[in-house]
Design a protein around this ligand. Structure first.
Ligand code: SRM
Ligand code: SF4
Length: 556
């Protein structure tokens, strides 16, 4: 029995026999059926593609004995969230021509298309390739989109720092030609014998996904402690500039498996800039060798670090690196988090403006802001750079002084509200996509975020708290894609109509939130939180954030 439990998962077998991520994908993409086999579903993930179905019509179709409405989600890799205007316009066109019309910005600065049909997958990959973009390695058991603070990239004045997301992305991108053969240039599908993969991945890649983020030295907008590996710029008195490297973070949990938990990353070592790829490589190799390939729910690196303990994990990394790691430096004391919204002036005299995108969904609302048209107009008219933020928003950067007013006019004319007009909860609210696309969603998230924001702002307004920022993060299940486990208020789908409420995290991202109430109906969430707001109003010290207050005083 024990032996049986210890067998590698089916996904391990699929990877091993896939011929470096090819499997039967080419044949399946060419056939008439609208979905793919479950084996191909697993391989598609490595190509940045998720097989989904429209859950809004599941029941109706089942009642009519019809097949599911199969659709695909495609996640485009955008290291550091940086996009030229040409690329932005290409993504916008692809959304219109091949997906559901919306561009979905993710909490890891990537872009997702929803509602793509199977026949659209190759045209979509070809369109991306024209812009030197790709969905390859957007998902799957590999290093995912590397996240980096937009300010670090636009404003550090240090080319190594501003390019680090792209440097790391290149360093750990899988090298198999499978994606280009199958999706982009089908004619070359004969060359597979010559193909090879990075030794760090081999034939079975990593046990699961692997996430890297690079923070600003003073702004933790990337949630650096929620990552498998986080880098925080620091200067060593002896070795000069480099990074504190933290390991073992991750936020996903499963209700079905009590042995799963959210965990914050811990400081492992100080590395100089030139050592970064090598040391992260040794960390990944450690995870590749020691990660649990028998249970995908417990296969993330955070469990290796938690099970071994940091000291033993460190020794494993050192063994693979072939030398001792330095001690980490002290973490920054004044770590805060910018939401990047509103105008600011960069060191080089250019300007940038952060624009809030509700739940990262770029589209024109019928009765609201026409943000998609506004961004299209800006991208067509000005020589600027776009950064997607880890808060699902957009920063229009590199704005010349002479263009600032015209850009603001375009935004305002399209009904886009500027930072100072946003509500206190609205401004810092995140939500995952959940229904109708996500197969794992237990409850609504993105679609009900606006209502929840209004409810919470209403309750705060009844008190004298209507000007106090509150960070809200909502997800449709405990996988935690909008990082609710470290939020001031985390609302996590539990059943179709109820949510678990977590409180006490905060914008510094260095504290896990506590479970406050379970199975709360959606309509009662704001009222259930109100007694805590009442105490915050009455007992909080001046300027104390809600999460800090709850963490200091506890919950009951
Ligand atoms: Fe996520 C799975 C969406 C960031 C933890 N995530 C999924 C899937 C692919 C559902 C699935 O497996 O079938 C979701 C696609 C839904 C859809 O319809 O689009 C999904 N995750 C997202 C995005 C789009 C949320 C968003 O609102 O932006 C984010 C895309 C990131 C990207 O561009 O790569 C996203 N996911 C995260 C984060 C936050 C982060 O990385 O900073 C987390 C928590 C951090 C972590 O990894 O621990 C996260 N997603 C998960 C998990 C839990 C993993 C685990 O450790 O168990 C799953 C489930 C899984 O992998 O099986 C998951
Ligand atoms: Fe889906 Fe759950 Fe992630 Fe939301 S948190 S996108 S419901 S997996």
């Amino acid at each position: 029995m024990l032996e049986e439990l210890k067998k590698p998962t089916a996904v391990e077998g699929i990877k091993r026999s896939s011929n470096l991520l090819r499997g039967d994908l080419a044949q399946e993409l060419a056939n008439e059926v609208t979905n793919v086999t479950s084996e191909s579903e697993q391989l598609l993930k490595f190509h940045g593609i998720y097989a989904q179905d429209n859950r809004d019509v599941r029941r109706e179709r089942a009642l009519n004995a019809e097949t599911l409405e199969y659709i695909f989600m495609v996640r485009v890799v955008v290291p550091g969230g940086m996009l030229t205007t040409e690329r932005w316009l290409a993504l916008d066109r692809i959304a219109t021509n091949l997906a559901d019309g919306t561009v979905r910005l993710t909490t890891r600065q990537a872009v997702q298309f929803h509602g793509v049909i199977k026949n659209g997958l190759r045209p979509l990959a070809i369109s991306l390739d024209h812009e030197l973009l790709s969905s390859f390695a957007g998902c799957g058991d590999v290093v995912r989109n590397v996240v980096s603070c937009p300010t670090l990239q636009a404003n550090s004045g240090d080319p190594q720092l501003s390019e680090i997301a792209r440097t790391l992305s290149r360093a750990f991108r899988p090298t198999t030609n499978a994606h280009w053969e199958i999706f982009v240039n089908g004619d070359k599908a004969v060359s597979r014998e010559d193909d090879c993969e990075r030794p760090i991945y081999g034939q079975t890649y990593l046990p699961r996904k692997f996430k890297i983020a690079v923070a600003h030295p003073h702004e933790n907008c990337v949630d650096v402690f929620a990552q498998d590996v986080g880098l925080i710029p620091a200067t060593h008195h002896e070795f000069g500039t480099g990074f504190n490297l933290v390991v073992g973070g991750g936020l996903g949990r499963s209700y079905a498996n009590r042995d799963t938990f959210a965990r914050l990353a811990e400081p492992l070592t100080f590395v100089t800039s030139s050592e970064v790829p090598e040391v992260i490589g040794a960390v990944i190799a450690t995870y590749r060798d020691l990660g649990d390939r028998t249970d995908r729910k417990r296969a993330r690196m955070k469990y290796v670090v938690a099970d071994l303990g940091l000291k033993n994990f460190r020794e494993e990394v050192e063994r693979r690196l072939g030398r001792a790691l330095r001690a980490p430096l002290a973490l920054p004391e004044n770590f805060d988090a910018s939401d990047h919204l509103g105008w600011r002036t960069n060191h080089d005299g250019t300007h940038e403006v952060g624009v809030r995108i509700s739940a990262g969904r770029v589209r024109d609302d019928v009765n609201g802001a026409r943000v998609q048209s506004a961004l299209r107009r800006v991208a067509n008219s000005f020589d600027v750079t776009f950064f997607i933020t880890p808060q699902q928003d957009i920063v229009i950067s590199n704005v010349a002084t002479g263009d600032r007013e015209a850009i603001e006019t375009i935004l305002v004319d399209h009904g886009v509200r500027m930072a100072e007009e946003l509500g206190v909860v609205e401004r810092n609210a995140l939500a995952c996509p959940a229904l109708p696309t996500c197969g794992q969603a237990l409850a609504e998230s993105e679609r009900r975020l606006p209502e929840l924001v209004v409810n919470l702002e209403g309750v705060l307004a009844k008190r004298s708290l209507s000007r106090r920022p509150l960070q809200l993060r909502m997800t449709g299940c405990p996988n935690g894609c909008a990082r609710p486990a470290i939020a001031e208020v985390g609302v996590v789908g539990r059943t179709k109509t109820t949510y678990d409420i977590f409180v006490g995290g905060g914008i510094r991202g260095d504290r896990l939130a506590m479970l406050y109430r379970e199975k709360v109906p959606f309509g009662e969430i704001a009222n259930v939180l109100d007694p805590l707001f009442e105490r915050w109003e009455r007992e909080g010290v001046v300027g104390e954030a809600f999460g800090d207050f709850v963490s200091r005083t506890g919950i009951s």
